[in-house]
Structures are given as structure tokens and as C-alpha cells.
Design a protein around this ligand. Structure first.
Ligand SMILES: [Mg+2]
Length: 141
């Protein structure tokens, strides 16, 4: 199973931490579709804690997005269980990625390619703004 760690601020919503920013276009729909199409295990991986974390989780839940775990490999994981400390994800989606955060349509295509560690085809990125509407229509119908 593909495990994907997803950041919140700047990735799912615009970066307005500690407030909740505006949803980045198609972030939630894309994550829902990735869950459905590839049975991917989504982990919310964020610097948020306590009430600020609850607000982020509630924001996603209200839009129908439930995470397998939040800031953990699995729900009941304790700090002392974490060996190694780094999350065991196959892929990380984060606005601090080298090269920045691709558009969510590109992220979907990268996951769908079966090799999400391969860089996004530059053609896809450069073509993206012109074909934006058609591209999302193709994915979301
Ligand atoms: Mg971020």
C-alpha cells in the first residue's frame, strides 16, 4: 500500500498559520481521489499541535477527508514507539519540497504514474496553465 505523508499549511491550504488558510485549488478533491483510486494511506504530517492541529483535522474532516493517522505512522503510535523518528512514508507532499509544490492535478498524475518519486514531466508542468480547465475536467469529470 502506498503511504503518503501530506503537509497542511502551504500544501492543503494557503500558508496563514496559525490561522487556517484558504484551500489550495483541488487539494482536498485530489487527496480524496488518490485515497479512492489507489487505496493510498494518507498521513497528515504537520508542525501543528494541540488546538491548531485539531482545527486543521476538522477542516479536512468537514470536507470529507479522513486521515489514516495524524503526525504518526498509525493512530495509537506513541513518541517512544518511533524507531526511527522519521515517518515511514513512501512519498511526502509538502510545499517545502525541493522545486516547490506542483499543482494538485500534477500531483495526481505523478501518483497515478505508479512512480511518484520520478520528477513531474516538465511538459506536463509547462502545459498545465493553458490546459488547466480541461485537465481537471478530465480528472474529476
Ligand atoms: Mg507547509
Amino acid at each position: 500500500m502506498l503511504t503518503i505523508a501530506v503537509d497542511f499549511d502551504g500544501t492543503i491550504v494557503t500558508h496563514e498559520y496559525p490561522r487556517i488558510g484558504k484551500e489550495i485549488p483541488f487539494a482536498i478533491d485530489t487527496l480524496l481521489k488518490i485515497q479512492k483510486d489507489f487505496q493510498a494511506c494518507l498521513i497528515l504530517w504537520t508542525v501543528r499541535e494541540g488546538r491548531e492541529l485539531d482545527e486543521a483535522v476538522e477542516f479536512c474532516n468537514a470536507k470529507g477527508l479522513e486521515f489514516f493517522a495524524v503526525n504518526n505512522n498509525y493512530i495509537e503510535e506513541k513518541e517512544s514507539d518511533k524507531q526511527p523518528r522519521k515517518l515511514k512514508a513512501d512519498v511526502f507532499i509538502d510545499d517545502r519540497n525541493l522545486g516547490g509544490l506542483p499543482d494538485w492535478g500534477v500531483i495526481y498524475q505523478m501518483i497515478a504514474s505508479g512512480n511518484p518519486l520520478k520528477p513531474a514531466p516538465t511538459q506536463l508542468i509547462s502545459d498545465y496553465p493553458v490546459k488547466k480547465e480541461g485537465f481537471f475536467k478530465k480528472i474529476f469529470g
